[in-house]
Design a protein around this ligand. Structure first.
Ligand code: C5P
Length: 402
C-alpha cells in the first residue's frame, strides 16, 4: 500500500531516534520514497549518513545547505508529501508543533504540510504525564494529526512507564493501514448526530445530559479521512471540527436536530445516530425566569421528543444504512437487540455504563456491535478514535454485503 508514496520522516532529539533507521528501511522496502528531516538535536543521537544511506536521499536539517547555499523549500516538501511521520517526537517538538514555533526545518515543514501527519511521542514518563505535554498532544489531535501512542515499558531513564516510542514495525503498520483504508468510504454521504440536546425550561434553565460528543466527532473524522462527505449535526458541545470534508450543523434541541437530520436524510448513504437526544422536553417554555418565591413548587410538564433514529429507520429506502447507539445500565444486549428492531437499524453499538472508562465524557470506550443478522462483536476498551475505526470498519462491511 505504501508503494510510490512520498513520506517525510521527521526525527527529533530523543534516544529512540536510533530506531527510526529501521522505520526508514521498512518504508523504503515497501517501495515508498522517503525524505528524512532531522532537528539539530536529532543529529546528536543518530548520524545523517545512516539515514541518507537508508533513504537514498540527502537528509535535510537546515533551511540552507551550508556548502552550496541551496535553500530547502519547506513549502515544496509539504506539497510533495503524501504523509509525514514524526518519530520520535520529543516533548519540545510536540510543543512547537502545537503552538507553531517554526524555528527549525522540521516544524516549518510540518506547518506547510497538507498531507496527514503521524506523531509518535517518545519521552520520559513524567514528561509524558505533564499537563503541558498532555495538552499539546490533545492540540495536535484537534488539528487532525494522528497520534501513535507510546508503549509502556522500561525507558532510557530506567524508570518504567508510558513513554517508549512505538516499535518501528507498528508505526509502519499504522501508515500501511491508513493508505489501505484511506478511501473505502469514497463517494459516500454520511450523516452523523453527536452530543447532547438541551431542552429549555425557561430563559436560563434546561434539561440535558452528560454527553460530550467525543464519540460522534471521532466518527465524523474517521469517515471523512476515509473519503466520505460528512454532515455532522451537533448538539451543544465544546469540540472543534478540522477536516475539510465535514460540514457541521449546530443545533440545540431534539426537535432542531430531528429537522436538520430529516431534511438531509434522503441524500444520505449512512446515518450514524450517536447523539444522546433528550427523550422529553418541557411542554411549555416559560418566557420569564421561574422564580423561587413561588408559593408552590413548580411542576414541569413534559412531552415526548421525536425519536430521530426511529424516524430515519422508517424513512429508509433500499441501500441506505442506519446505525444507532445504546447506552445501557442493565440487561444490555437484550435491550440493544430490542432497539435495533424497533428503530429498524442495520447495526447498533452498545456500551454499558457498568464498564469503567466507557460512555460519557471519557476519552475511551468499550463497545459491542450487534448487526441485524444477529452477528455480535465485542471490542476491547480503546481510545474513542480507535473505536471509531472499528465502527467504520463494520459499516464498510455492511456496504460490502448490501
Ligand atoms: O431509545 P434510546 O434513546 O436508548 O436509543 C438510543 C439510540 O437512539 C441512539 O442511537 C440515539 O442517538 C437514538 N435516539 C434518537 N432520537 C431520540 C432518542 C434516541 O435518535 N429521541
Amino acid at each position: 500500500m505504501l508503494k510510490g508514496k512520498h513520506i517525510i520522516v521527521g526525527i527529533t532529539g530523543g534516544i529512540a531516534a536510533y530506531k527510526t533507521a529501521s522505520l526508514v528501511r521498512l518504508f523504503v522496502k515497501a517501495g515508498a520514497e522517503v525524505q528524512v528531516i532531522m532537528t539539530p538535536n536529532a543529529r546528536e543521537f543518530i548520524t545523517p549518513v545512516t539515514l541518507s544511506t537508508l533513504s537514498g536521499k540527502p537528509v535535510i536539517s537546515e533551511f540552507f545547505t551550508a556548502n552550496t547555499g541551496q535553500w530547502n523549500s519547506h513549502v515544496d516538501l509539504g506539497l510533495w508529501a503524501d504523509a509525514m511521520v514524526v518519530a520520535p517526537a520529543t516533548a519540545s517538538t510536540i510543543a512547537k508543533m502545537a503552538t507553531g514555533v517554526a524555528d527549525n526545518m522540521l516544524v516549518t515543514t510540518y506547518l506547510s504540510a497538507k498531507a496527514p501527519v503521524f506523531v509518535a511521542p517518545a519521552m520520559d514518563l513524567d514528561m509524558m504525564r505533564h499537563p503541558s505535554t498532555v495538552r499539546n498532544i490533545e492540540l495536535l489531535r484537534s488539528y487532525g494529526n494522528h497520534i501513535i501512542e507510546p508503549a509502556a515499558g522500561e525507558l532510557a531513564s530506567h524508570l518504567i512507564g508510558k513513554g517508549r516510542m512505538e516499535e518501528p514495525e507498528n508505526i509502519f503498520k499504522v501508515l500501511d493501514r491508513f493508505f489501505e483504508q484511506a478511501q473505502d468510504l469514497s463517494g459516500k454521504k454520511v450523516l452523523i448526530t453527536a452530543g447532547p440536546t438541551i431542552e429549555r425550561i425557561d430563559p436560563v434553565r434546561f434539561i440535558s445530559n452528560f454527553s460530550s460528543g467525543k464519540m460522534g466527532f471521532a466518527l465524523a473524522r474517521e469517515c471523512a479521512c476515509r473519503g466520505a462527505q460528512v454532515t455532522l449535526v451537533a448538539g451543544p458541545v465544546n469540540l472543534k471540527v478540522t477536516h475539510p470534508s465535514i460540514e457541521r450543523i449546530d443545533v440545540e434541541s431534539a426537535v432542531q436536530m430531528h429537522d436538520a437530520v430529516m431534511s438531509r436524510f434522503p441524500d444520505t448513504d449512512v446515518a450514524i445516530l450517536c447523539a444522546a437526544v433528550a427523550d422529553y422536553r418541557a411542554k411549555n417554555i416559560a418566557d420569564k425566569k421561574i422564580k423561587r418565591e413561588h408559593t408552590d413548587v413548580p411542576t414541569i410538564e413534559l412531552e415526548k421528543n421525536p425519536d430521530i433514529a426511529k424516524a430515519t429507520g422508517e424513512a429508509k429506502r433500499d441501500g441506505q444504512i442506519t446505525v444507532g447507539f445504546a447506552l445501557e445500565t442493565d440487561n444490555e444486549q437484550v435491550n440493544a437487540q430490542e432497539k435495533l428492531g424497533k428503530k429498524n437499524l442495520d447495526m447498533i453499538v452498545l456500551n454499558s455504563l457498568r464498564d469503567p472508562n466507557a460512555g460519557f465524557a471519557v476519552d475511551t470506550n468499550k463497545v459491542t456491535i450487534i448487526k441485524r443478522n444477529g452477528k455480535v462483536d465485542e471490542y476491547d476498551c480503546k481510545p474513542k478514535s480507535e473505536v471509531a475505526v472499528d465502527i467504520v470498519n463494520e459499516i464498510v462491511e455492511l456496504f460490502n454485503n448490501k
